[in-house]
Design a protein around this ligand. Structure first.
Ligand code: ZN
Length: 220
């Protein structure tokens, strides 16, 4: 795949930044696409642009504000993010990944990229059905039928948990970079974030587990 081009679905968070770093090693040319859907924190877009710039990756920002017309969610409204046992989190926007992948696919065709990379993952599964492996495989087939071409959708994080994702960033020599530069916090704070939102908790739990296993210490 060294001589081919890839488009990475990129939010500026830990997962997609790790995917972007991988894609840069794996493909000859890489571009990134970020979706602007009126995120609660415009800091997310700033963060994504800065990382793409630093990694010297051409960066596309697509306006997806229509998502709010379809389904307003806690990701865009200014309300508390809740996660209840057995229910989808309040951040859930039905079909969001389906839409994002479709738009990324059309953009990929436009820029001549035959590979689409997305950081979706089943392991820290929050209940998003369109982030599951089976869906992505099905989307890949459908998209190829729609375009009459042989695109490949890559999901390198699909079976990795957060601890393994940190390990992978470390193996690529970019753990510190990912830790400091990315934004996954629901409260819009980069790096280690606010430390209390569900996203920060998941991220720090994985990091603590990885760092303690790396040091040979007991896992927390
Ligand atoms: Zn947070």
């Amino acid at each position: 795949m060294k001589n081919e081009k890839a488009l990475v679905v990129f939010s500026g968070g830990q997962d997609s930044t790790t995917c972007l770093i991988w894609a840069k090693k794996e493909f000859k040319e890489v571009e990134a696409v970020t979706f602007n859907y009126g995120q609660r924190h415009s800091e997310e877009l700033v963060c994504a642009s800065e990382i793409a710039n630093e990694l010297e990756v051409p960066h596309h920002v697509l306006d997806m504000s229509l998502l709010n017309q379809l389904a307003p969610s806690a990701l865009t409204r200014n309300e508390e993010i809740t996660e209840k046992e057995g229910e989808l989190p309040s951040t859930f926007v039905p079909g969001r990944n389906l839409l994002f992948l479709s738009f990324a696919g059309v953009l990929a065709k436009n820029i001549g990229a035959m590979h689409i990379v997305t950081g979706v993952c089943e392991t820290d599964f929050s209940g998003y059905p369109d982030c599951r492996d089976m869906f992505v495989k099905s989307f890949n087939v459908t998209f190829n039928l729609a375009m009459d071409e042989g695109y490949v959708v890559h999901t390198p994080l699909m079976w990795l948990d957060k601890e393994a994702t940190w390990k992978w960033a470390d193996e690529m020599g970019m753990l510190q970079y990912v830790r400091e530069k990315t934004l996954t916090c629901y409260n819009g704070i980069r790096g280690d974030g606010c430390g209390t939102c569900p996203s920060c908790k998941l991220r720090s739990k994985g990091l603590t587990a990885y760092l303690s296993s790396k040091d040979g210490g007991a896992k927390l």
